[in-house]
Write a protein that binds this ligand. Sequence first.
Ligand SMILES: [Zn+2]
Length: 483
Amino acid sequence: METQQCTIGVDVGGTNIRAARISSAGDIICKKIVAGSRDPRTALDLITSLIREMDGPEVTAIGIGVPGRVDATTYEVFSGGFLDLSGLDFKTVIERIFGKPLALANDCSMALTGEARVGAARGLGNVVMLTIGTGIGGAAMENGRIVNGKQSAGQLGHLSVNYAGRQCVCGQRGCVETESSGSALRRHLDEAGYALETRFEDILPLAQAGDERALGIMKSWAGPLRSAIGTLSATFDPAVLLLGGGMGQAALDALGFLPKAQGWYCTEVRAAALGDDAGVIGAGIAAHDLSLQTDGAASSKAKGKRVLMVNGIPASGKSRLSHAVSERTGLPILALDTVKNPFLEHLEGVDRLFNRTLGKASYQAIFSVIGDAPDGSAFIVDAWFGFQPLELLRDHIAAAGVTDVAEIWCHAPANVLAERYAARLDQRLPGHPGASYIPELVELAGRASPTRLGPVYDVDSTKPPADDAVAEWVKRTLLERAS
Ligand SMILES: [Zn+2]
């Protein structure tokens, strides 16, 4: 049996250290949790022994999420809290011991990567996350990439929401971390005269029943958080803002007691979905991304080919967008349907299964064409890439000598897709599934997601087209970067 390649994701906390083998689809293959340590050297020893236990020939790269600020380029850790790992040279130590590339980032950045690929924000490229625990962590993602600024952006717990507020460790006053973290809730409970053992779960039903004291805590605890969310919404304009961490759901419940957000900045706030596993999953995914980049870098000396994947399920608007980008960039389009349709026209009695086989062959044909093209050429590939396993796509990309990929993710709400698909039924060639496919399409819309093999641009095809902006992004991300 062929062994599937995987990575190791590690999530380092002061209380626990988790490690897991992560598949290229972002699934946990196996996982181990050990008690952490506040001593940095001991923590590093625990991390290396966990990785050693999980390592094997099928492991291609390692990802580690750590508390504190991390330089996105040098991987220097330069602050910490309960566990302070600053000064430890992870890159040298891990790469020397294991001989595999390392992705290192702040733990919340890793958690956001996990949630955006396989969790509560799956399929979205523009997402902001706050993790609420003893403190407040944060991370922001733009077009599928973590925003790092010059070094370590995304320390969203240190958004000041009250310039005359309490002193924060970061040097500012009234940071959302000092006002709306788990520690702040404890302070509010103490100040309101609740017993030491009182927890959020105890006062939630009281607040729901209209108890003034409990309601007061909800408002004073969640109010500063609401203010920070408004600021984040104005700064990043995310598709969704996730609340994670041990108190993420509690914070979401508490926000429910505030008057409904109004005005310009009313981003949807959602609970994170992966719980305590978000960090290891995200770290594993970041490691997969890194190994793909490393493969690309190794062969890019030969200046390989470049592919813009225009991805989305049927009726999501791929074809129109591919043509718009092609007109603006001069890139040729290789569309799966263009290759497949002549066969559907000429072959008799194509049923759904045969149609699928033709699809698979057409997919391969597209990459064969790219494989024959000279190095440095660039193409638009228009297909629903999710109809075949991600592993196969990786193989096709490698075999064709493609070293740079970018992706445009086209999507629309399920009901819109169903209407569009129904309206085009009479134009479909034999072999294409008919009206009976619509319920399947609706279900697919709920779980489909981009491949994220490279940077992603998210296009909601129900919004007015922004073709010029998309084409500019393609030039900047794929064409200028690789030349
Ligand atoms: Zn602060």
